[in-house]
Design a protein around this ligand. Structure first.
Ligand SMILES: [Zn+2]
Length: 540
């Protein structure tokens, strides 16, 4: 079903609460705050002890003192933001605040450390929380988010609880995404603005620094479960990447729109001697194919007019496809789920990546408001929908997603679609051609089965395909919304004919690759002639 995937793909927009009761800084309130600040400064200067009793901090910005209420070490978000010239709108239901200034937009709610800033996510040290109906955030919310957006730099005077800020050039905010696409690990550092960087090779890894620029890193240190790198650290205006193996290689290059720096880490030159056992093990498994039965558990997917649920059909077809593939190809077949369970879209692709799959096939049943809609469709991933209808569906679903927002949204983890797309950039570009070839073969075979006209191969931004580091397609087998096709989808004969068609397409795909078809972009050993491992079907 398209709807669900489109909803999921809407990412940040789905998680951005709608503002129902915007409230802006009133002149009266502002003047009052200013008077209070002036009074406070007097106290702060002459009676430092009074400051702590008053539970206030001061922001000195553009020559004006602004007082900000404290709750423990945390600062009142709205007061801090207004002091720096942000407009503040608070959702009365969720308490989520939207701060806007100079074209920037920050969304902050209680209970989460993930703060959407423009199109990025910035992590703060602890979650914002609500006291007496007002939102309070740790000091690094100001340092990492608010100050850089208005170009404020300065130091905190702890004794006086005062920030003395001066106007400088706005700092460059950084975001980091790491993805392993055999044989390299790609580190993408997204920059809020273009910035000159200097790469340096170190004893144990690789460093990048941004001379003369204040950078705002997304974290101080993060460990990675990656084959080539173990940790990335930020200190001052330098990022340090630690290799897993000494002698690994690195190259760095900038890319624009969006501004980002790509660091490609490669394995050391092959000096490894494989033991006979290891060599044998390496040659044994042939192809690995991951089949993903769409939806599951509480997430039923589309439901037909007769009550047939997409999640059941997709599992039945996936099991048949797994059995058929195991018989027809020397391969290991894995299912992302083999029972009626909920599985996140990311987990599905992660499993395929972890298992170093050669193919990822996501199985679905389609749904349409057009009563006569029939036939199969095969999709591969694209940033943009391939036709106007898909585009319309996507934008309609995005609107529906924000309308669906409820008060619990603020605490939900917020996805950053840009980061996903950067990952897609890297993980899928290498496989785009093969994905389209596989989609073509599948569509070809499915058209023969359904006997309907070619509904065609389509490209759409499906989240379940994002980040797959192998050729990946999504098959909408038939329209469960069409009573006639619903009946067919429930029948074992039709299910098997779909499985056979997809299996034939997979066979054709690998045959073509073997006979001088498109070159493999990954060096994962593929030897279809080698003795096959027993087919395994499992859930992660
Ligand atoms: Zn579906």
């Amino acid at each position: 079903m398209l709807i669900l995937e489109a909803l999921r793909s809407s990412g940040i927009w789905a998680k951005t609460p709608r503002l129902t009761t915007p409230e802006t800084a009133g002149g009266g309130v502002y003047a009052l705050t200013r008077r209070a600040a002036a009074a406070f400064i007097f106290l702060a200067v002459f009676l430092p002890a009074a400051a702590s009793r008053a539970q206030m901090a001061t922001i000195l910005w553009k020559g004006q003192p602004h007082s900000v209420t404290l709750a423990g070490a945390d600062l009142n978000v709205a007061e801090s933001a207004r002091a720096l010239g942000f407009e503040v709108a608070t959702d009365a239901t969720t308490g989520v605040a939207t701060l806007t200034a100079g074209g920037h937009r920050v969304v902050i709610g209680a209970g989460t450390t993930q703060v959407p800033v423009d199109q990025r996510i910035v992590s703060i040290s602890r979650p914002a929380h609500s006291v007496g109906g007002s939102l309070y955030a740790p000091p690094d919310f100001l340092e990492k988010v608010l100050f850089p957006l208005v170009g404020a730099t300065g130091a905190y005077d702890a004794a006086r609880k005062t920030w003395v800020l001066s106007e400088g050039t706005a700092a460059v905010n950084l975001d980091v995404a790491v993805v392993h696409v055999e044989p390299t690990t790609q580190i993408v550092i997204r920059q809020s603005a273009a910035a000159r960087f200097v790469p340096t090779v170190t004893e144990t890894g690789f460093q990048v620094s941004w001379p003369g620029i204040q950078i705002v890193p997304p974290f101080a240190e993060r460990r990675y479960d990656d084959p080539l790198i173990s940790v990335i650290r930020f200190a001052g205006n330098t990022a340090s990447i630690e290799y897993r193996e000494k002698g690994s290689t690195a190259r760095a290059y900038p890319l624009a729109s969006p501004d980002r720096l790509v660091i490609e880490i490669g394995r050391p030159a092959p000096a490894l001697v494989l033991s006979p056992v290891a060599a044998l093990e390496k040659a044994a498994p042939a192809l690995t194919i991951v089949i993903d039965p769409g939806h599951g558990g509480a997430e039923t997917g589309a439901v037909g007019p007769g009550g047939l649920q997409e999640k059941d059909v997709t599992l039945q077809i996936a099991r048949r496809l797994a059995a058929t593939l195991s018989k027809t190809l020397p391969c290991r077949v894995l299912l992302t789920r083999d029972s009626d369970t909920v599985l996140s879209l990311d987990d599905r692709t992660s499993m395929a990546n972890r298992e170093r799959a050669d193919l990822f096939l996501s199985i679905h049943a389609n749904s349409s408001r057009t009563p006569g809609a029939r036939g199969s469709e095969t999709y591969y991933l694209s940033l943009e929908a391939s036709d106007k209808l898909s585009q319309e569906i996507a934008s309609r679903e995005n609107q529906a997603a924000s309308a669906l927002e409820t008060s619990g949204a603020a605490a939900a983890p917020v996805r950053n679609p840009d980061l996903d797309f950067i990952l897609w950039d890297l993980a899928q570009t290498a496989h785009l051609k093969e994905s389209s070839e596989l989609a073509e073969a599948a569509q070809d075979e499915l058209n023969a089965v359904s006997g309907t006209g070619n509904r065609g191969i389509k490209q759409a931004p499906f989240r379940v395909l994002v980040g797959a580091t192998m050729p990946a397609v999504l098959v909408e087998t038939a329209f469960i919304s069409n009573p006639e096709e619903e009946k067919k989808l429930a029948s074992p004969v039709f299910q098997q004919s779909i499985a056979d068609a997809v299996a034939r397409a997979v066979g054709r795909f690998f045959e073509r690759r073997k006979t001088g078809g498109p070159a493999r972009t990954t060096p994962t050993p593929v030897s279809p002639q080698a003795p096959t491992a027993p087919p395994a079907v499992r859930t992660p």
